[in-house]
Design a protein around this ligand. Structure first.
Ligand code: GLU
Length: 487
């Protein structure tokens, strides 16, 4: 009873054998949302007992991914590699209570028997032969220095079940559960032991993790029962698939979270997108017409999140959808809020704007409806922020290769220089009058000016661009039209 009234303690427990991938990030996010919803505690635990495959670099990558997504944790990071004593003690308890036994079978013997079982069409499970060794004898053999692992003694009949918050009652026949290894002969715990020892020691109340762990859960449940500890609530989250409905992998595109940062995705957009992979906010997430809403800021996600909304069916990772979320967030953020994210892109591109803060903010507002990602502000929109920019060769070829148009733009520069007023209306009037006077279509001058001013063939309204850039820049860039792309 006390569990339900106390605030939840949840954890994200990545193995640092790879970067933070999309599925891991979604698990971290759900744990974070759950903890924040209830004012609970999120623990970060690094499951690094696979010494060969784990690395500090991967840990850093995981932490970087979590920070980028804004998933702050309250306790940790705890490293399992520094907690081996706890696992040894837990193993001792299981041994002492008769729930575990020493296994002296060598790796070669096990492999041979496994191969023989497969050849005979039997399941390749450990045949439990060391379970029959007298306890005292086994202790003596161990004391004499014989190498041994410690295995859990799975009950021989019956079934092991648990109530999953997502999948309901999940039951495995004990006959299907091998006497799994707890401690290897080198004293290193397996995942099954360390996860249970830690989840108990850290007083976790809810285990929210990927559905790929469902088959591990009975082995953990058996240990809880053997140790006489109340089960936490298990909530297994459905898998994330690619658009072809196979498990999300590199074939479908980037799977590392940091890659999405590199693509210029707004972290909050990614968080919103991830949150809906396997979770729906139910009635609270509908708009006035009863249609499902999709944009949920982080505060709203925290308020709406519940385990009830997690779906049993697998989720599909759709890159187009992510792109949509990203543009929605860029549009919805005001320039001030976008600025720090854009500044990172400028730093990566190696420049800082040579314009005043107000001009920069106005330029961000001007171009953001056209942004697909944050990188655009440093690449496609560079000319709005700094005088040194490149001209898109295709845009030049299309609108600025005609010498006649170039010469007219140079003349137009002089017109602007001599006009006092520089508003959208006045700049437009000057251009149109000039076109008429020269007997050319205004469109040709508008297109040519756009390329000369921004380096791009598409841009917001040209006259709004002119006002944003200001008279001096406009005059300078139009006057330089003759030199564009001619070097
Ligand atoms: N370390 C495990 C993994 O990265 C997670 C263990 C768990 O959540 O129980 O898959």
């Amino acid at each position: 009873m006390s569990e339900s009234v106390s605030t939840p303690r949840v954890r994200f427990a990545p193995s640092p054998t790879g970067y933070l991938h999309v599925g891991g990030a979604r698990t971290a996010l759900f744990n974070w949302l759950y903890a924040r919803h209830f004012g609970g505690t999120l623990i970060l635990r690094i499951e690094d007992t696979d010494f060969e495959r784990s690395s500090e670099e991967m840990v850093e990558g995981i932490l970087e991914g979590m920070r980028w997504l804004g998933l702050n944790w309250d306790e940790g990071p705890f490293y399992q590699s520094k907690r081996l004593e706890l696992y040894r003690q837990t193993a001792e308890k299981l041994l002492a209570s008769g729930h575990a036994y020493y296994c002296f079978c060598t790796r070669e013997e096990l492999e041979q028997r496994r191969a023989a079982a497969v050849a005979a069409g039997r399941p390749p499970m450990y045949d439990r032969r060391c379970r029959r060794i007298e306890k005292d004898i086994a202790a003596q053999r161990k004391a004499a220095g014989e190498a041994c692992a410690l295995r859990f003694a799975v009950p021989e009949g019956g079934a092991t079940s648990f109530e999953d918050a997502v999948f309901g009652k999940v039951e495995f026949s004990n006959a299907e559960i091998e006497d799994f290894v707890l401690l290897r002969s080198d004293g290193i715990p397996t995942y099954h032991l360390s996860v249970v020892a830690d989840d108990i020691d850290m007083r976790l109340t809810h285990i929210i993790r990927g559905a790929d762990h469902i088959s591990n859960t009975p082995k953990q449940v058996l240990q809880y029962r053997a140790l006489g500890v109340q089960l936490p609530v298990f909530a297994h989250v459905p898998l994330i698939l690619g658009p072809d409905k196979t498990r999300l992998s590199k074939r479908h595109g980037a799977t590392s979270v940091i890659a999405y940062k590199e693509f210029g995705i707004v972290p909050e957009a990614f968080r919103n997108f991830l949150s809906l992979l396997g979770w729906t906010p139910g009635a609270a997430g509908k708009d006035a017409d009863g249609k499902d809403r999709e944009i949920f800021g982080s505060d709203e996600l925290i308020r709406l999140f519940s385990l009830d909304g997690i779906s049993k069916s697998n989720a599909v990772f759709d890159n187009d959808k992510l792109a949509w979320f990203n543009t929605e967030y860029i549009r919805a953020y005001d320039a001030q809020k976008l600025l720090p994210l854009i500044e990172e892109e400028w730093a990566k591109a190696g420049f800082t704007p040579d314009r005043s803060q107000d001009e920069v903010l106005a330029a961000i507002n001007l171009v953001k409806p056209r942004a697909r990602n944050l990188k655009d502000f440093a690449i496609a929109f560079r000319a709005y922020f700094i005088d040194s920019f490149e001209y898109d060769p295709a845009a030049v070829a299309k609108f600025l290769k005609d010498d006649f148009v170039r010469a007219l733009l140079v003349e137009l520069a002089a017109r602007y220089e001599s006009t006092a007023e520089f508003t959208e209306a006045s700049t437009e009037q000057v251009l149109r009058e000039f076109a008429e006077e020269k007997g050319v279509k205004a469109g040709a001058l508008i297109n040519g000016s756009r390329v000369a001013l921004t380096g791009q063939a598409v841009a917001p309204s040209l006259f709004a661009v002119m006002v944003n850039l200001g008279k001096n820049r406009v005059v300078k860039r139009l006057a330089a039209a003759n030199n564009v792309g001619t070097v």
